[in-house]
Ligand binder design. Structure first.
Ligand code: NAD
Length: 305
């Protein structure tokens, strides 16, 4: 299979080198010219816990993207996806599968504006990665992928996609209800990303605050009501279990969530696709969502500062 990864930042590069290393024909697509040039000229430099290596991978600028690819994996931030989809229209026209594993709510709806639902695969991933600079990533830890075709017409193709990801060691499995997993992860991120960014602390430091669990629950309770209005069987326990788990310093206590890092680097955040999306859907459904609305406003205020 020929694969294009559109949005070759931290995660796109991690998936790109792992797939290429297993023998898959991978092309990276990105809008950052210095990064694309560095990959084409010197290869993608990957640091892991145990070694560092250069991987030879073709990269192209999004505006020049052409060619036939069986699978396009989108890995922009949620708020960048529409612009990327516009740029790579010639590639999308021939793709058999267009996959999003980006965080947040609303990515499937964004994709539906550009491609037929029959080619859309959506999912969540617990892999992680950092972009250190042009053509350079730090890929530590391990993860998994849950994914699901949005229309189950061609399950043979779905099995081939999962087999390809597993051959690359990406630990993928088909899910029967990926929307629940997407909402669960969005709820978790709506707690952890937002509070750690606003309080300028890591996950462990937030967890030690006397009111941390109550603060988390207030956000989660609203999200559960909104999820239920969308026929998503999310429960408070599902989310709070994961929240409590990561407060343990042996889990990811010292981790600074991506929104914290985004604000520190002066970048926009994915807030409109987390608490912001919850507030938008909740208000449209007549559900009271004052906490998620306020957290969205506070993060936007931080972005503007
Ligand atoms: P990133 O910012 O490192 O990468 C995004 C890439 O997309 C960048 O290289 C950027 O140049 C490119 N891009 C953005 N808009 C573009 C446009 N219009 N045209 C062309 N190129 C464009 O982001 P990331 O950390 O890889 O995250 C991607 C998604 O995965 C996010 O939704 C994030 O929340 C999620 N995620 C990240 C991690 C992680 O550890 N980094 C873990 C799990 C999930």
């Amino acid at each position: 299979m020929k694969i294009a990864i559109a949005g070759a930042g931290a995660m796109g590069c991690r998936f790109g080198y792992m797939l290429a290393d297993s023998g898959v024909d991978v092309t990276l697509i990105d809008g950052w010219k210095t990064h694309v040039d560095a990959i084409n000229q010197q290869g993608l430099f990957v640091e892991t816990e145990t070694d560092s290596r250069r991987y030879s991978l073709p990269a192209m600028l999004a505006e020049d993207a052409r060619g036939a690819f069986d699978v396009v994996i989108l890995f922009t931030k949620a708020m960048q996806m529409a612009e990327m989809l516009q740029k790579i229209a010639p590639v999308l026209a021939r793709a058999k599968v267009v996959m999003t594993l980006s965080n947040g709510l609303g990515n499937i709806e964004t994709l539906e504006q550009y491609v037929d639902r029959s080619v859309i695969y959506a999912g969540v991933t617990l892999w992680s990665c950092e972009l250190e600079g042009p053509g350079h990533i730090r890929a530590t830890g391990s993860g998994n992928i849950e994914l699901q075709p949005m229309m189950s017409a061609d399950m043979a193709m779905a099995d081939r996609v999962v087999d390809m990801l597993n051959l690359a060691g990406l630990n993928a499995e088909l899910s029967a209800n990926v929307l629940l997993s997407i909402w669960k992860k969005a709820a978790f991120n709506s707690v952890m990303n937002t509070y750690c960014a606003l309080l300028d602390c890591n996950v462990g430091e937030f967890g030690k605050l006397p009111d941390a669990l109550n603060m988390a629950r207030t956000v989660v309770r609203e999200i559960v009501l909104v999820a239920r209005s969308q026929q998503i069987p999310l429960t408070e326990e599902m989310v709070m279990h994961t929240v409590q788990k990561v407060f343990d310093p042996r889990e990811s206590g010292e981790h600074y969530p991506s929104m914290h890092q985004d604000l520190h680097k002066g970048r926009l955040t994915e807030i409109d696709y987390l608490n912001g999306a919850v507030a938008r859907i909740g208000e449209a459904q007549g559900i009271a969502v004052p906490v998620n609305r306020l957290l969205t406003q506070l993060i936007h205020a931080k972005e503007a500062q």
